[in-house]
Ligand binder design. Sequence first.
Ligand code: FMN
Length: 306
Amino acid sequence: MGIDLSVEIGKLKLKTPVLVASGTFGYEDDYADLLKSNRLGGLVTKTLTLKPRQGNPPPRTVETPWGMLNSIGLQNEGVDFFLEKKLPLLSQFKIPLIVSIAGERIEDYGLLAKKLDSVKEISALEINISCPNVETAEECLFAQDFYLTYGVVKAVRESTAKTIIAKLSPNVTDIVSIAQAAFDAGADGLGLVNTFLGMAIDIEKRKSKLGTLYGGLSGPAIKPLSLYLVYRVARAVKLPIIGMGGIISSADALEFFLAGATSIAVGTGNFINPQVTKEIVEGIEEYLKGHNLKSVRELVGALKVI
Ligand SMILES: Cc1cc2nc3c(=O)[nH]c(=O)nc-3n(C[C@H](O)[C@H](O)[C@H](O)COP(=O)(O)O)c2cc1C
C-alpha cells in the first residue's frame, strides 16, 4: 500500500508535510544531501529584509533547559543579495522554496512581495510579523495587533499571487483573533508559532546572557505551549497551519497533526540532529503503515475530544 504524505497549503503542494523552519537551516553545501533526498516537503529561508541587516550584538544564542534563547535580530544580506547569490544555489534542489520576509513598516512587506512575485523559483512567501528580536516602526510586533496584522497581510496579498503564509507570535493574549485577522486579509495559511519571549541572566555579572536583554525561546521546552496554540487556532480559523515549536521527533509531529496542523516545521531540532527532518518523515510513514492509514491528511485535526 502506497502511503500518501502530500499536503497542500493554498497553491503550494508539498510532497511531504515536513519543512525546515525559517532561520534554522544552512542551505548550501552543509545540507545538500538532505535537500537532494526528496524527503523534505519544503524549505523556509532565513527571513529577508529590503536592505541588509547586521543583527543584534553577541552573544546571540544561549542554551537553556530543553531549549535555546536567540536574539539574532534578523541578520541577513538583504533581498537583492539573496536573489543574485543564494537563489541560484537553492533552486538546483527540486524542493519548494518558501521565502520569509519582514519589514519595519507595512509598506516594506508590500515592496518585498512585489519584488518576489515574478521570481518563478519561489513557491510561496512566509510573512514574518512575529520576530521578537527586532524593532518595528510600530510600538509592538505586527503580530501583536489585530489591525497591524491585517494591514501587513493585506499589503502582501495585494502585491503577489503567490501563496502567503502569515507567521504568528505566541506572545499575545488572544492568538485566535490575530489568526482571524490574517485570514480576513487574505492569507492562505498560518505559521504557528515563532519563539516565546524569554530571558537568561548571568548571576555573577548580573547581566543578560544574551547581547540583548531578552530573546526568543525555542526547542522542546515550548512544545506543549505551541501545540496548544495550534489546537486553539485550528478549531477556530479555516486555514491550513504549519505547526512548529519544539518538534524533534515523529511523535511530536504526529501530535501537531492531530491538533490540527496540516504540515509541520522543525527549527531548533536541526541544530541537535541535522538529519532530524528525514527521520521525522520516516517515522510518520511508519506510523501511518502501522495504523492502516493511507494519507497523512487523515490525521489532521483527528484528535478525539471527549
Ligand atoms: C537561531 C534561530 C533563528 C531564527 N530565525 C528566524 C527567522 O529569521 N525568521 C523566522 O520567522 N523565525 C525564525 N526563528 C524561529 C523559528 O523559525 C521557529 O518558529 C521557532 O524556533 C520555533 O520552532 P523550534 O522550537 O522548532 O525551533 C528562528 C529560531 C532560531 C532558534
